[in-house]
Design a protein around this ligand. Structure first.
Ligand code: NIG
Ligand code: FE
Length: 419
């Protein structure tokens, strides 16, 4: 039984609702002072000021947390990661520090294909262990739901291996994992110039993925000299036909019309968007496709940030995610994301909280059950060591998360993993 009461919290803070928040609404948070929240069977059944709720519940029937002096928020949802991979690319990072661009490194045979080799070599058990370690680290930052992509296989066996690792992790680890098939993540050398043939090969894997329920989403690296618009569209339309939901790595390096494609296909999210056009941004705002921004990647690649402020002003629903991967962005740090979002993309802290919680859930099509402290939602929560959520950007680069609760169960508390 996961029955829990948190009471006396200096504040309960969340972006309220059961669907993504767009534009100006992203800035509105619900804040309950001296808050109490009641969880039964892992689900939120009551929320309000402690003095109003206290007398209505028999505390003997619940685990009790006194959150005096502490701020309570929904768990963070990291809706874009590549956390299952073998091998590291620290050498390439040092080349980048010497001034080589990400594209130059890819052209020299580095980049994603290096991680493909490492992931092919790694056994299922090795990937499982690495995945578990990375999930633990994300959990310590207050993340309670994680999206994970395949894409370091580019062939049947390794793509399926990555997806199966995620399925097992989802059953053994307390965090929820949402799997995405990203078979079209890079063009293997033997398919250069014949990308369509590679796309067709990936399309042939789709029915098995769907049948075995190995992925919920299909994603593609839609980029110049990788998979351009027509190839991306072909793959995603086929994925949609068999019932997968859609995501795109869009307009990251070159303005190719990825945002427009995402909106036209009614993708759940379009991710990166560093180079997205004004028209593409308008289309995302109109269709409600979530604009998922990954500022730690821009930071790591020393690129300009996506126009997050402009996107919100134009009415987009923006989510923030880490993009944890072994190449362009080897970090799962939520404090870094918060610093970049507030200080460099000029999102307010309230918009940043919405982007990391409710809109992150929406980017995984789960805003109806995750991402806020509303009634009937899954009780995924974090307790900060401070009395106000405003410490999140203020205590720069430092993790303020003291306790992590998943489905009403404390899974991490003051430096100790409890699961
Ligand atoms: O989201 N852009 C493409 N894919 C990843 C990079 C993966 C890698 O470098 O290994 C990204 O940044
Ligand atoms: Fe990515």
């Amino acid at each position: 039984m996961r029955n829990l009461i948190i009471h006396n919290a200096s504040e309960l803070v969340f972006s309220s609702g059961y669907e993504a928040k767009k534009g100006k609404d992203m800035n509105k948070l619900t804040r309950i002072e001296d808050g109490m929240i009641v969880v039964e069977n892992g689900v939120i059944v009551a929320i309000g000021p402690t003095h109003k709720l206290e007398s209505k519940f028999n505390f003997d029937n619940y685990e009790i947390i006194d959150a005096r002096g502490k701020s309570v928020l929904p768990g963070f949802v990291d809706s874009h990661t590549h956390f299952v991979f073998g091998g590291y690319r620290e050498e390439e990072f040092s080349w980048r520090l010497e001034g080589k661009s990400y594209m130059e490194i890819m052209e020299r045979g580095g980049g994603i294909v290096n991680s493909v080799e490492g992931t092919k070599k790694a056994s299922y058990e090795e990937l499982l262990k690495l995945g578990e370690k990375r999930l633990d680290s994300m959990m310590r930052f207050g993340v309670t739901t994680v999206e994970g992509k395949s894409g370091y296989g580019l062939d049947y066996d390794t793509e399926i291996k990555q997806l199966e690792v995620m399925r097992e992790l989802n059953s053994v680890h307390e965090l929820d994992i949402v799997p995405t098939f990203l078979g079209a993540h890079a063009v293997p050398n033997e398919y250069k110039g014949n990308e369509r043939k590679f796309i067709e090969k990936m399309i042939r894997i789709l029915p098995e993925i769907k049948e075995k329920n190995l992925a919920e989403f299909c994603d593609v690296f839609c980029e110049k000299n990788v998979f351009e618009i027509e190839d991306s569209k072909y793959l995603l339309e086929e994925a949609c036909k068999i019932g997968l939901k859609l995501k795109l790595h869009a307009d990251e390096i070159v303005q190719l019309g990825g945002a427009e494609l995402a909106a036209n296909l009614k993708a759940v999210s379009a991710d990166h968007l560093l180079q997205a056009s004004d028209e593409g941004i308008d289309m995302l705002a109109n269709t409600g496709t979530i604009a998922t921004l990954l500022p730690a990647t821009a930071f790591s690649l020393k690129e300009n940030y996506a126009r997050g402020r402009y996107m919100i002003d134009q009415g987009c629903a923006v989510a923030l995610a880490s993009d944890l991967n072994p190449g362009s962005c080897f970090t799962e740090s939520i404090p870094l994301l918060i610093a970049l979002s507030t200080l460099y993309m000029n999102l307010t802290i309230e918009e940043t909280v919405t982007a990391l919680t409710l809109n992150g859930a929406a980017a995984l099509d789960r805003a109806d059950r995750l991402g806020s402290l509303d009634l009937n939602k899954q009780a995924d929560m974090i307790i900060l060591e401070h009395e106000s959520y405003k410490f999140l950007p203020y205590h720069i680069g430092v993790n303020c998360v003291e306790t992590v609760i998943k489905n009403g169960k404390v899974i991490y508390d003051k430096g100790r993993k409890l699961c």
